[in-house]
Design a protein around this ligand. Structure first.
Ligand SMILES: [Zn+2]
Length: 118
């Protein structure tokens, strides 16, 4: 299979690939110390950022352990819309397709602030 370009630098991708070979048991998202808590959502840093494009990369996920977008409750969706509409700290959000996710058991969205040009 051809290797895809992806959004991480070669260096970060290499570290990430190593990490993925030996994924710790349990949910990494649930275990990571949050930088911010909403009512239904939680924000954590991404230790393997999409550093080709990102100067800040955090991960947003529902506090309740749910796998798919279609599993989210009305309240969870409502708060997600509010976060999406109000947050000024990021430039783009990325929702990877399930087949591309390292953590497919827990729905999450990547929030990214673009790098600035020097
Ligand atoms: Zn989890």
């Amino acid at each position: 299979m051809k290797k895809k370009l992806g959004l991480r630098t070669k260096k970060t991708q290499k570290i990430y690939d190593e990490y993925r070979k030996n994924l710790p048991k349990g949910c990494v998202l649930c275990r990571t110390k949050p930088v911010k808590d909403f009512v239904y959502w939680r924000l954590i840093p991404n230790h393997f950022p999409y550093d080709k494009i990102a100067q800040k990369h955090q991960i947003l996920f529902p506090k309740k352990h749910k796998a798919l977008l279609s599993d989210l409750s009305k309240n969870e969706l409502q708060e997600l819309y509010e976060i999406q509409e109000k947050t000024k700290d990021f430039d783009v959000s990325i929702l990877n397709f399930p087949h591309q996710q390292t953590i497919p058991d827990h729905f999450h969205i990547h929030l990214i602030e673009y790098k600035t040009i020097k």
